[in-house]
Each structure stands twice: as structure tokens, then as C-alpha cells.
Design a protein around this ligand. Structure first.
Ligand code: HEM
Length: 329
């Protein structure tokens, strides 16, 4: 049901943009108002969220520990799984962000006949997640050709590697199809497994459908209903230079562009914010110095406490009478 709801929302957005592209008066809405509103919502939300996370006090070291903590010199500690230095934290973060290391170690739990619980590796999720994120990054960088003049060399280089096999005219970009394939897997995974379907929310399906719609309209534009790249470039550069043009670009482009705006607008308010959140997470960005250093809660109010010495002074006679060992005779 939640999947249908999310799909319905995407279809409404597509219809809205399709309709907008046909009405001349609405071009200013879809070509100017919507992109600037999306940029404002994206930047505003991003800054607000990051600032509020940054302001949240974290008085204790609470890193996720997956290995031996740094302790006595002769006990080897896990440098990345339980980092105790800033360098170790940077290393762990880099492995996490670049290779999704914790997802790589994700396992699937199954109950076998007889109630035996078994854990099996689940590498497909890791592979699809990695494929999706890297394809997205490459597509994002490739799209810079619409926003720059002259197009930077690294954009052209990535573009030629991505279309290396030169299949079709214009040649297909491998990442376009890798992106759609990976997204398809991530969606089917949620729909097919009853357990995952049970815990999936509209917030899980919406970004998947949105990204699939963006990718599909992009591929359609490149290979089926060609779009005038000069017009697109004028629209893109107009927005960046604060002199927007309402040149249109056709129904397919309006839909593609509008969905991208929606993606940016909802980004900071959705689960997609894990992009910034991973860096702000105290379970990932803190060094585990709990044994090396005593961390005192800064909000501790002064408490009148009694030391053991004082306690023993008070009860020494009674303790001795009861045969309890004492420190001072
Ligand atoms: C989240 C951002 C975006 C994603 C994921 C995305 C995705 C895609 C994909 C997968 C394609 C298929 C061909 C290719 O891989 O290049 C494509 C094509 C295209 N996209 Fe995007 N897009 C995004 C943003 C934009 C923006 C902001 C614009 C407007 C300037 C745009 C305009 C186009 C155009 C004109 C094409 C056709 C390219 C061609 O004919 O070579 N896209 N997009």
C-alpha cells in the first residue's frame, strides 16, 4: 500500500510537469520558480539539519565498536574497527563512505526447519548500493556539461570512459543503465521480501520511484526523443547565473527537470540525508579513547558523596566485629 502511495505521488508529479510543459504561462513556474525554490529548500534544509546535529552535545565517546579497544600495549587493538586516534577515525570513515564497509558485513538471518537460526552473507545489497551510488556520482559529474562552458576536461574524460563501448548513436552511458538496474534491484528487494515489505515506509519507496523516474526520463531523452542540448544548456546556465530563461525544452525535459527539483527539495527532509548524516554520526566520527581518558559529563551537578575511607572510618568497629576485612586498622 505504501509503495502504491509513493508511486501515485510520482505519477501525479509527472502529470503535473507534463501539463506544465504544454501551457506557455506555466513555463516561468517550472523553469524559474520551481528550481529556485528547490535550491532554497535544499540548501536551507541541509544547513539547518547539519547545524542542529552539530549543536547537539555529545559528552561521551560512543563510537560503534566492532573490534578490540586500545588497551595494554601487548594486546593488539583493531585500528579501524575500534579507532582510538583521529587518523583511525578518518580511515574508518573513508572505508565506510567509499566502500560501504559496514554494509559489506551485513548478514541475512534465516530460521531453518527445527528453529535453527542461521546467518548468511548478503552481498547483493552491498553490490547494488555501491553500483547505484557510484553510477549516480558519475551521472552527476557528467551532467556538469550542461552547467559549464567550456566543459572541464575531467567531465569529458569521465564521459568518454562511461561510453567506452560506443554502443548505439548517441552511444549509451554504462552508468545510466547500471543506475536503473541497481535501483530496480533495491526496489524489488523491498517488494519481494515480506519482512522488508512490512518495515518499508512511503519514505523508503518515494526516493526509489523518484530516482527511477529521473533515470528513465533521462534515458528516453538521450535515446528516444532527442532533446536540443543547446536549449538545455541555456536553461541550466541561466539558473546558475541568476538570469533564468524560460526556453522550455519539451515535455520530457520538463518532467526530468521537475523531478530533479523535487529530489533536491525533499532531500534534507528525507532519509537521503544520510549523505551528510554519516559524517555527523557520533558512533562513526569519534575516536574511542574511553580507556585512555576519563570523560566526565559536563552537566554533572555537584553531588555530596562519601569516599570509602570515610565509610570505613564510620563503620570500622562494626566491620571488624563482623569479620569484614578493613583497609586501615
Ligand atoms: C539528480 C540529478 C539527475 C539525475 C540522477 C539525472 C539522470 C539522468 C540520466 C540517467 C540520464 C540518461 C543519460 C545519461 O546518463 O546522461 C539523463 C539525461 C539527461 N539529463 Fe539528467 N539527471 C539529473 C539532473 C539533470 C538536470 C539538473 C538537468 C538539466 C540541466 C538534466 C538534463 C538531462 C538531459 C538534457 C539529458 C539527456 C542527455 C543527452 O541527450 O545526452 N538532468 N539524466
Amino acid at each position: 500500500m505504501t509503495a502504491i502511495l509513493a508511486l501515485g505521488a510520482i505519477l501525479i508529479l509527472i502529470l503535473l510537469a507534463g501539463f506544465g510543459s504544454q501551457v506557455a504561462g506555466l513555463q516561468v513556474v517550472f523553469g524559474v520558480a520551481v528550481p529556485y525554490a528547490a535550491i532554497a529548500l535544499f540548501l536551507g534544509g541541509l544547513v539547518f539539519k547539519v547545524m542542529s546535529w552539530a549543536r547537539t552535545p555529545v559528552p561521551f565517546r560512543i563510537p560503534t565498536t566492532c573490534g578490540q579497544q586500545k588497551t595494554l600495549d601487548w594486546i593488539p587493538s583493531a585500528r579501524f574497527d575500534n579507532p582510538h586516534t583521529t587518523l583511525g577515525v578518518i580511515g574508518r570513515m573513508a572505508l565506510e563512505v567509499l566502500f560501504f564497509r559496514s554494509l559489506f558485513r551485513n548478514t541475512k538471518v534465516d530460521i531453518r526447519p527445527g528453529g535453527r537460526i542461521i546467518h548468511t552473507p548478503a552481498k547483493w545489497l552491498w553490490a547494488a548500493a555501491l553500483a547505484f551510488h557510484y553510477s549516480f556520482l558519475v551521472i552527476f559529474i557528467r551532467h556538469l556539461r550542461f552547467f559549464t562552458e567550456p566543459v572541464p576536461g575531467f567531465v569529458k574524460a569521465i564521459q568518454s570512459v562511461d561510453s567506452f563501448f560506443e554502443i548505439g548513436v548517441p552511444s549509451i552511458f554504462l552508468t545510466s543503465f547500471l543506475l536503473l538496474g541497481a535501483l530496480g534491484f533495491l526496489l524489488l528487494r523491498r517488494l519481494v521480501s515480506p519482512q522488508l515489505r512490512y518495515i518499508s515506509l512511503a519514505n523508503d519507496y518515494f526516493p526509489l520511484f523518484l530516482l527511477i523516474a529521473i533515470g528513465t526520463t533521462g534515458v528516453l531523452m538521450r535515446h528516444f526523443q532527442k532533446t536540443d542540448i543547446e536549449t538545455i544548456k541555456a536553461v541550466a546556465m541561466g539558473i546558475l547565473s541568476f538570469s533564468p530563461v524560460t526556453a522550455g525544452g519539451g515535455a520530457l525535459f520538463t518532467i526530468h527537470f521537475f523531478l530533479v527539483c523535487v529530489l533536491f527539495a525533499v532531500f534534507p527532509y528525507s532519509k537521503l540525508m544520510h549523505m551528510a548524516g554519516v559524517f555527523m554520526s557520533p558512533t562513526r566520527n569519534m575516536a574511542n579513547t574511553n580507556r585512555a581518558k576519563r570523560h566526565i559529563n559536563p552537566w554533572n551537578h555537584p553531588v555530596a558523596f562519601r569516599t570509602y575511607e570515610e565509610y570505613e572510618d564510620d563503620f570500622r568497629d562494626k566491620m571488624k566485629a563482623a569479620g569484614i576485612p578493613v583497609e586501615k586498622e
